[in-house]
Design a protein around this ligand. Structure first.
Ligand code: 9D3
Length: 236
């Protein structure tokens, strides 16, 4: 998969894309990132990416021209391969595991990071295929949301995760929160690990884990246990 990112802060992506699982996914050739500096697609000497809103009011709006120019250039290099253009913005559909799963099946994704008071409406209407938000809180721009989306998508690309923490397990347990985890030592500052986990009795351990996962889910996230709500919230 090739993921193109359109941003006014390209350096923000360096650290995140060059660590851990995303770094390994690139090394394995499973995903490739092209980070585009929106200012390179301006044509004035000040490289202006924003302007005052028609109709007046406070704040600035991202200009349509550099964004259209950048996305059109990206698309011209796709040689007709299928791609989806996604605008990260607070008014978009709230990101869910189901959305990430859908996007992980595509060959190309173009992510546009919004900023300021927002982007010119013509980007939304005439360039973006979809709009995605990562939740109901105010950030300063679409860069961190783009990285969240990239992280959620990349780990779902076949071959990116090893067998160990593979996805079968996830879909099996997907409607429950996880059971508690412990590692050595069994006695840490006089805080003991539950005895059952040291028993070596794997069927008892499995029963304990299921019971813990269920009670934890009922307490913290009862919505996950209701199939109708799960579908409405895009968790399936
Ligand atoms: C001050 C302007 N805001 C009115 C309340 C609107 C606004 C515009 C642009 C608020 C935030 C932003 C920048 N955020 C994003 O571009 C963004 C975002 C977010 O803020 N929260 C959750 N998901 C996303 S995706 C993109």
């Amino acid at each position: 998969m090739i993921i193109d990112v359109v941003t006014i802060f390209p350096k923000m992506f360096d650290a995140v894309l060059n660590e851990s699982i995303i770094k390994r996914a690139q090394a394995k050739g499973k995903v490739k990132f092209h980070i585009h500096d929106l200012r390179d697609y301006t044509s004035d000497k000040h490289r202006k990416v924003d302007d005052r809103p028609f109709g007046g009011g406070a704040g600035m709006v991202m200009r349509p021209e550099p964004i259209f120019n950048c996305v059109e250039k990206i698309k011209s290099k796709l040689k007709g391969r299928e791609s989806k253009t996604i605008l990260l913005c607070p008014q978009g559909r709230k990101l869910t595991q189901a959305i990430a799963k859908g996007l992980s099946k595509l060959n190309n994704i173009i992510l546009i990071c919004g900023h300021y008071e927002g982007v010119d409406e013509r980007v939304r209407k005439n360039l973006a295929d979809a709009e995605v938000s990562i939740g109901d809180y105010v950030l300063t721009g679409g860069e961190l949301p783009a990285m969240v989306l990239i992280d959620a998508i990349t780990r779902l690309i076949p071959g990116v995760l090893g067998d160990k923490n593979s996805l079968n397990f996830e879909s099996f347990e997907g409607n429950l929160l996880e059971h508690p985890h412990y590692t050595r030592p069994s006695n840490f500052r006089k805080i003991e690990v539950p005895k059952v986990l040291l028993s070596g009795d794997h069927s008892r351990i499995e029963a304990w884990r299921i019971k813990e996962a269920e009670s934890r889910t009922r307490e913290r996230r009862p919505d996950l246990l209701l199939p109708k709500l799960r579908r409405k919230n895009g968790q399936d």
